[in-house]
Design a protein around this ligand. Structure first.
Ligand code: MF3
Ligand code: CO
Length: 250
């Protein structure tokens, strides 16, 4: 399928969708303290999204049972919130959230430390976040899609971390997942040419250890095969002729 180019009006709706999601993430970030359950985070996120008149797009997506994906430590993404899963000092937790505003989707993820965390865990979080920013330096009209993938890979690989290969970023708009797929690791081809008006969810998922992941029996929760910590950072980004615009940051 072709990659959609958003009109000026659509871009304004994407912008508003992203701005609301940025506010939701901001509030969720403040709620991350030792003792909170992953289900409480989901309930808060669901309430916040609806308080802005928006719809949580993850809820019931292919049967996913919650509004916020909450993934702890060796869980990479798509962790299912649970009342019995209590965050402990020293954990790291990835929150992935998305919403629909007037038919337009936004999608973003952040990883937080719970209380004081190890230097190693903080470095993983910092490198994962920075890898997104390294990637989007290449995200401008005229460049190739895989310039982004290669920039993320080059930055992360220097730290010896494993880049998850089984899950990728994606186009986004009137659907949560649109073309193109956006890998976070080196590609042999160039990929499509980027054009102004494309909106892309760029989302590196990085493991301290090896890149390999597996699925738990719930068929959602993705975990690292070697049990190492994993971090996730994602924003919805608008391609322009100049610098990319991050729609899901305040
Ligand atoms: N950020 C994730 C993605 O783009 C969120 C989807 S998870 C699901 O794939 F719960 F909605 F399935
Ligand atoms: Co996404």
């Amino acid at each position: 399928m072709a990659v959609s180019i958003k009109s000026a009006r659509e871009i304004e709706l994407m912008r508003e969708s992203g701005k609301i999601l940025a506010k939701v993430h901001d509030e969720l970030g403040k709620a991350i303290v030792p003792g909170i359950s992953t289900k409480e985070i989901d309930i808060l996120g669901d309430k916040l999204i609806r308080s802005y008149g928006c719809i949580p797009n993850f809820l019931h997506y292919n049967g996913y049972p919650a509004s916020i994906c909450v993934s702890v430590n060796d869980e990479v993404v798509h962790g299912i919130p649970n009342h019995h899963r209590i965050l402990q000092e020293g954990d790291i937790v990835s929150l992935d959230a998305g919403l629909i505003y007037q038919g337009y989707h936004s999608d973003a993820a952040r990883t937080y430390g719970v209380g004081t965390i190890s230097k190693e865990a903080q470095s993983l979080i910092d490198v994962t976040r920075q890898s997104f920013f390294e990637g989007i330096k290449k995200a401008r009209a005229g460049n190739f899609l895989y310039d982004i993938s290669n920039a993320i890979d080059e930055y992360v690989t220097a730290f010896g971390y494993g880049i998850v290969r089984d899950l990728v970023g994606h186009g986004i708009g009137t659907k949560l997942h649109e073309d193109p797929q956006i890998p976070n690791f080196r590609q042999k081809r160039k990929g499509i040419r980027l054009q102004a008006g494309m909106t892309l969810a760029i989302e590196p998922m990085i493991n301290i250890g090896r890149a390999d992941v597996e699925w738990l029996d719930d068929d959602w929760t993705v975990v690292t095969e070697d049990g190492s910590l994993s971090a996730h950072y994602e924003n919805t980004v608008l391609i322009t002729e100049g610098d990319p615009q991050i729609l899901t940051m305040l």
